[in-house]
Ligand binder design. Structure first.
Ligand code: IMP
Length: 180
């Protein structure tokens, strides 16, 4: 893939390279290894967006851990609808477990808020978050992300699992929308 492309009439340019992502994931995994030394956390990747990040992160984590997927969908096109349409996959096997939510990107923090609420009602142990990207609104609202890969502004990004109207998840690097 070259450095730019068009999806559904919108232009995207390369934002974060495959190599930068790899390096950041090595670092995140080592921080997670340190934090959970002696424990067996359950990693909870949030589908669809985090599938690629979760797969690469798990390959770099060396402590024993479990994985359980949940699915949430709150976006249509370029803006948040603010409506969470689905949340599936949480079950009682998470009772008293140390949970690490794996997100691709935290924007408004609404998705996390919803998941946190559901986890509490299941009686989990500790709950932390690892996210590849954190956007400005999350920082401004003080949404806590224990392990953050990249702090970004408000740009709309795609690739490496993230989509624009369902497209673009299949790229190895991250792209940024060119909005004039
Ligand atoms: P939040 O609930 O506003 O924090 O949004 C979180 C979810 O919205 C992420 O898991 C993504 O699926 C989606 N999302 C937020 N920003 C972007 C983006 O720039 N590109 C693609 N998806 C995004």
């Amino acid at each position: 893939m070259g450095s730019g492309m068009k999806i559904k009439g919108l232009e995207f340019i390369e934002f974060i390279s495959e190599e930068e992502i790899k390096q950041k994931i090595h670092w995140l995994a080592s921080e997670i290894d340190k934090h959970y030394a002696g424990k067996t956390p359950v990693l909870l990747p949030v589908l669809n967006g985090s599938f690629m990040f979760a797969a690469d992160l798990l390959k770099d984590i060396t402590i024993p851990c479990r994985v359980s997927f949940v699915k949430v969908s709150s976006y249509e096109g370029l803006g948040s609808t603010g409506q969470l349409k689905t949340l599936i996959g949480l079950d009682e096997s998470l009772f008293k477990q140390d949970i690490l939510i794996v997100e691709d990107i935290v924007d408004t923090g609404l998705t996390l808020q919803k998941i946190m609420g559901e986890l509490k009602s299941l009686g989990t142990g500790s709950v932390e978050v690892v996210s590849l990207l954190r956007k400005k609104p999350a920082r401004e609202k003080g949404v806590e992300v224990k392990f953050t890969g990249f702090e970004i502004d408000n740009e709309f990004v795609l690739g490496y699992g993230l989509d624009y109207d369902g497209l673009g998840r299949n790229y190895r690097q991250l792209f940024q929308a060119v909005i004039e």
